[in-house]
Design a protein around this ligand. Structure first.
Ligand SMILES: O=C(O)Cc1cc(O)ccc1O
Ligand SMILES: [Fe+2]
Length: 451
């Protein structure tokens, strides 16, 4: 258990609190850690209570359509310009950004990795971020990167923000605390969090070592998918998303702030904690979500629908219906389809599929795709159930069956995903992955009838 006692969370009566949350996704929140800190009825009074500075954080263009427009008004001890200075380039050698196409690394292929193991190295949220794939272009704000994080150490008097991206975080092991400008998020496996572009934070280890997956979204923000004829309920429901209440630090200690900007990392020295927002209101905020509240909707008579029915969040691209990224969840559910091959069908997909296993067994790959592991089925590369999954599903007695104790996910992007050198040469790549289809037999013998 790491020491998290240097976190000072303040609530209205000045006493310490643990992380507290407000329900909803994309709604307008207001929260104050000290009574009366939030101006009412206006954003920029001539003087703000408590001597705070007013500052706007814009997550979309000022002129974005109103249903997409996101911004938050912060009332803080110092304006962010005081948490800034001269920037010096630093190197985080394992955190890569697109475009990052490496000569002699072949991204075309079906790949699978065992969990990246922990090592003796002491790693923070920044030094422990290992990029597996990149897609699109960080400079033109399209595409994504997938990362594995291995974190053993809390960031001490060190803060970070990404100007390039929002981060979707999917823990697999350990517990982390995200102390952000807008409040505190505690995160553990079976939950996810989104940290918006531009938001300053520090990551502490509550229970380590921690491992998980990150989807770094360079493009338009994640939103809830439209449910179409499904209606107003099921899948991910807005009320199950949780945004932290305001919490601030008034701490004057020499600190560093690291910024990710156009794929590069820059550091500046500051004299205090930048987590000094006492009150805020708006709709641009970090959020967490418990994946156990995801309500899957599926086929109840026959056939296997497209996996888009399990979309938790989607980050749109400029082409309607073709996502920059879909975050898709394969969790516990009943299989009831009659006369149906129930696991995923064999397929080739124009989208590129990076999958991760949080726990349990995935129905198309009963062996080899293990918790903490990843697989990549890149643009237009054939894949599907391994031989055992095929034989079992083709011959199963089709009673209603619960797929239990299973949680895998997919980061699916319209752009091809390029392997990093780390993914190709250092991470535990399974050389024999494609052999899982080798023993699929030819059953056709020219005669009609089911074989
Ligand atoms: O490839 C995979 O395992 C993911 C997937 C699951 C599914 O049910 C249908 C299509 C698909 O790509
Ligand atoms: Fe697939």
């Amino acid at each position: 258990m790491n020491d998290v006692s240097n976190i000072k969370l303040v609530q209205a009566d000045g006493s310490a609190v643990t992380a507290g949350y407000m329900p909803g996704f994309g709604n307008d929140f207001e929260t104050e850690a000290l009574p009366g800190a939030l101006p009412q009825g206006m954003n920029s009074p001539q003087k703000v209570n408590y001597g705070l500075y007013g500052e706007q954080l814009s997550g979309t263009a000022f002129t974005a359509p109103s249903h997409q427009n996101e911004r938050t008004w912060c009332y803080r001890i110092r304006p962010s310009v005081k948490h800034s200075g001269r920037y010096e380039r630093i190197d985080l050698p394992y955190w890569k950004s697109a475009p990052h196409v490496i000569e002699n690394v072949t991204s075309l292929g079906q790949y699978r990795w065992d969990p990246v193991p922990h090592s003796e190295r002491e790693l923070t949220w920044l030094t422990g971020m290992y990029t597996m794939t990149t897609a699109g272009d960080v400079n033109t704000q399209v595409g994504m990167a997938s990362h594995i994080y291995l974190v053993t150490e809390s960031m001490k008097d060190a803060y970070f923000y990404s100007a390039d991206s929002e981060l979707l975080i999917v823990p697999q092991e350990g517990r982390l605390r995200f102390c952000t400008e807008l409040g505190i998020i505690d995160l553990e496996p079976k939950e996810i969090a989104i940290i918006p572009r531009g938001l300053v934070y520090r990551v502490e280890v509550i229970e380590g070592p921690a491992r998980g997956f990150v989807c770094e979204n360079y493009g338009q923000k994640f939103e809830l998918p439209g449910r179409g004829p499904i209606g107003a309920n099921c899948m991910a429901n807005r009320r199950d998303f949780k945004t932290p209440v305001a919490a601030f630090e008034d701490r004057e200690v020499p600190s560093t702030l690291t910024i990710k900007w156009c794929g590069q990392f820059h550091e500046t020295k500051i004299d205090q904690s930048p987590l000094d927002v006492v009150a805020w209101h708006g709709n641009y905020a970090p959020v967490k979500y418990d994946l156990r509240t995801y309500c899957p909707v599926g086929a109840i008579l026959f056939d296997h629908p497209d996996p888009s029915i399990f979309t938790v969040l989607t980050a749109p691209s400029s082409s309607p219906g073709t996502a920059n990224i879909d975050f898709v969840l394969f969790r516990e559910r009943w299989m009831t389809m009659e006369d149906t091959f129930r696991p995923p069908w064999y397929h080739k997909n124009v989208m590129s599929e990076m999958m991760g296993n949080i726990y349990g067994q995935y129905d198309a790959k009963p062996q080899g795709f293990v918790p903490g592991g990843l697989s990549l089925h890149n643009m237009m590369l054939p894949h599907g159930p391994d031989r055992d999954a095929f034989e079992n599903a083709s011959n199963a007695d089709l009673q209603p069956e619960k797929l239990d104790n299973t949680m895998s996910f997919m980061f699916e992007t319209r752009f091809p995903q390029h392997l990093t050198e780390f993914a190709a040469r250092e991470a535990p790549l399974q050389d024999d992955y494609i052999d899982c289809w080798k023993s699929l037999e030819k059953k056709f013998d020219g005669t009609p009838g089911k074989k």
